[in-house]
Design a binder for this molecule. Structure first.
Ligand SMILES: Cc1ncc(COP(=O)(O)O)c(C=O)c1O
Length: 419
């Protein structure tokens, strides 16, 4: 007997898109959420300098790196964080798993839409998962009322309660506001629930005004992040977690035990190079700022194109995603036999070459007819060169969004002729 766990749907979509391209078809790649930007030159140089490092490091991560990460996040989140609270691992995915795994028989509460891996990880560990539905009108944010109701129910059966929050969010590109986080904190404290706050897109919040729930709930929050998004280094596999203030020593020991029995430590050369990423390096700071400028401009532009195509979506506030809502075309789609998001995504990939990930992958009901669009189908290297030569302008937005707007326009024409 084998476990019932299927490969991540993002990777599968990538394979389907490649197969179509091999047939000579044009594919608008909105499905795969990988950073379009190259690794910064300073970070690359740091890795070359440390290529000879071959030793295993401390399980928790190199002390020099943890110190830098603590300094970086203390400034970024505007709260004191020490190196002892920092945990380094091969990717934040490994850390999310390690944190969840440190608890026995927990209830994991996941507001949907949610990133694809939270629920499968919780299920692999054997935790109970509670998907908490949100909707377009609530900007896909969890409300204190729904949270309260779900925690009240889960607390009857489980002692450990873990709530996963993600801001800026994948798949919706939306952020929690300060007051929303404060209101959620009141409920979390009431139930003594822990939060795993996935903030991997935080440095790419377009207006650079990220707020972490850890600011209001430091004793109950794990923050996860890493180099995959803002440093464009997904394949480097470097994730960080910030443990809660006053973290119980048994909890930390459990995490150290799980880490040492599974991945041992993050790669040593990568950890040494990451010290540069977390140092106040002028070039790194400019590189991240430029990404924010580019992503913000493209996000607004793509959002307008989506609205012109007759679809609904909230304008993205961080990262590089927005969540499309096809419900304006519900009847027309139903008339051609498309009643679920999977059926719609399959059809638009076949007929228009537009690759989107269905909302069901993110825990939404299939009949909500939502799909994630990642606006990363542009030349990130060229965009960074262009912004260095002159200030970012509308002309540059149009240039870099060209292929993506063609894709969205084709999608709009296709949908409109159905009505
Ligand atoms: C919301 C979110 N969290 C976590 C991850 C995993 O990141 P890492 O590469 O650090 O494992 C991703 C990657 O796509 C993500 O989108």
């Amino acid at each position: 007997m084998y476990r019932q766990i299927s490969p991540s749907s993002t990777l599968l979509l990538n394979e389907q898109s490649s197969a179509l391209e091999k047939e000579g078809r044009q594919v608008f790649r909105f499905g795969f959420g990988q950073s379009p930007f190259p690794i910064s030159a300073v970070l690359k140089a740091a890795l070359i300098e440390h290529a000879h490092r071959k030793e295993y490091t401390q399980v928790q991560g190199l002390e020099a790196l943890r110190t830098k990460v603590a300094e970086y996040h203390s400034a970024f989140e505007k709260r004191p964080i020490c190196a002892e609270q920092i945990f380094i691992a091969p990717g934040s995915k490994a850390l999310l798993y390690t944190i969840m795994c440190a608890y026995t028989h927990a209830a994991v509460l996941i507001p949907a839409p949610a990133w694809v891996s939270y629920a499968p990880q919780a299920e692999l560990i054997g935790h109970a998962t509670y998907m908490l539905q949100t909707n377009f009108a609530q900007r896909y944010r969890i409300t204190p009322d729904i949270l309260e109701k779900s925690l009240a129910e889960a607390s009857q059966h489980y002692q450990s309660l873990l709530v996963v929050l993600n801001s800026p969010g994948n798949p919706d590109g939306l952020c929690y506001t300060q007051s929303e986080l404060q209101a959620l904190t009141v409920v979390l404290e009431k139930y003594q629930a822990m939060v795993i706050s996935d903030e991997i897109y935080a440095p790419l919040q377009h207006d650079n005004q990220h707020v972490s729930i850890a600011k209001y709930y430091p004793k109950g929050t794990f923050v996860t992040s890493g180099l995959s998004k803002w440093a464009g280094a997904g394949g480097w596999r470097l994730g960080i977690a910030i443990l809660p203030d006053e973290c119980a020593s048994q909890l930390k020991d459990a995490m150290l035990g799980i880490a040492s029995e599974t991945y041992s430590c993050a790669s040593s050369p990568i950890q040494h190079a990451a010290i540069t990423a977390y140092s106040d390096n002028v070039m790194m700071l400019q590189y991240v700022k430029d990404q924010r400028t580019i992503l913000s401009a493209l996000g607004k532009y793509i959002h307008k194109a989506v609205i012109n195509a007759g679809l609904n979506a909230h304008a993205p506030e961080g990262g590089f995603y927005l969540l499309l809502d096809f419900s304006a075309y519900r009847q027309a789609l139903k008339d051609i036999g498309l009643a679920t998001d999977i059926a719609v995504c399959k059809k638009v990939l076949e007929d228009v070459g537009v690759a989107l990930l269905p909302g069901v992958s993110f825990g939404l009901p299939p009949e909500a007819l939502c799909a994630r669009l990642a606006y990363v189908d542009f030349d990130g290297r060229q965009a960074l060169e262009d912004i260095r030569l002159s200030d970012w302008s509308d002309t540059l937005t149009v240039k870099h969004a060209k292929k993506m707007s063609e894709g969205i326009e084709s999608l709009g024409r296709y949908l409109k002729q159905l009505t």
